[in-house]
Design a protein around this ligand. Sequence first.
Ligand SMILES: NC(=O)c1ccc[n+]([C@@H]2O[C@H](COP(=O)([O-])OP(=O)(O)OC[C@H]3O[C@@H](n4cnc5c(N)ncnc54)[C@H](OP(=O)(O)O)[C@@H]3O)[C@@H](O)[C@H]2O)c1
Length: 299
Amino acid sequence: MTKQTKLGGNFTLPGTSMNLHRMGYGAMQLAGPGVWGPPRDVNAAVVVLREAIAAGVNHIDTSDFYGPHVTNQIIKQALHPYPDGLVVVTKVGARRGQDKSWLHALSRRELIDGVHNNLRNLGVDRLDVVNLRVGGMMEPSEGSIEEPLTALAELKKQGLIRHIGLSNVTPRQFAEGQRITEIVCVQNFYNVAQRKDDAFIDALAQQGIAYVPFFPLGGFSPLQSSTLDRVAASIQATPMQVALAWLLQRSPNILLIPGTSSVKHLRENLAAAAFELPSDAIAELNAIGTGAAAGQFTQ
Ligand SMILES: NC(=O)c1ccc[n+]([C@@H]2O[C@H](COP(=O)([O-])OP(=O)(O)OC[C@H]3O[C@@H](n4cnc5c(N)ncnc54)[C@H](OP(=O)(O)O)[C@@H]3O)[C@@H](O)[C@H]2O)c1
């Protein structure tokens, strides 16, 4: 079955006028291998971004520590001056070591520098949404986020940021964050095989807060599952399209930012928003991350 809504329908970030299509684009894959340095073909990266905008995408996720700087510079090259309605969501809280490692950058100074790097490399006076990224590479770790979030909220008061989100956080950290400033979105690791945030997503949906899963397709090790293959074959879709369609049907507050460096994959991913998964397929897919079929999954 297919749906007629464009790019998965819309979601308005709470307390804002930012009305996003639920199918967006994640720009991390546009940097070179290992998210380091320039890609082999910068023009090809520019084409991917322009194709996304031409298809109606109005939500792009990025960071200045992709490359570092490279991904934002390519976004600026491809899309500046930015079309009306485009929301570029970036993140601060990390930096890259010379050995390409991912390090925390959560001091006040580092957050200020992070925001200014984003402003400069994206070529804007104010960032639409900035996620404060804490925790580890894949998972959050408990601990107060008061200090870095207070520093980011100050930058918002200064007019450098429109809205704030959180990334790699636990429900407790989110609740602490809401006591400090308005939070419009949460970006955590979640997909059909990685279901740790199930209850968190439902709680955020109740409050109208967007949940934006990173690694929706499995990230550096794309999802592989015989269940995905079987469902895909039954509806003439690809396994990746099924993984994205499952996320869109999982909860109305989920916004997608699948990453790709290829126009072919971009088109395929955007087209996933049109698939309506039947309830028996949803039940089969639910089993991937919740037990019964988990053994069939490799990531
Ligand atoms: N907050 C955080 O800590 C955090 C962490 C990681 C990522 N992110 C954000 O989340 C976004 C999405 O994550 P991601 O790009 O790492 O992972 P992803 O979207 O789960 O998967 C990307 C991988 O899947 C491949 N792919 C994409 N579409 C495909 C298709 N239709 N068929 C087959 N393969 C396909 C890509 O390769 P090709 O390039 O060959 O298509 C790439 O290897 C990023 O762009 C970034 O903005 C945030």
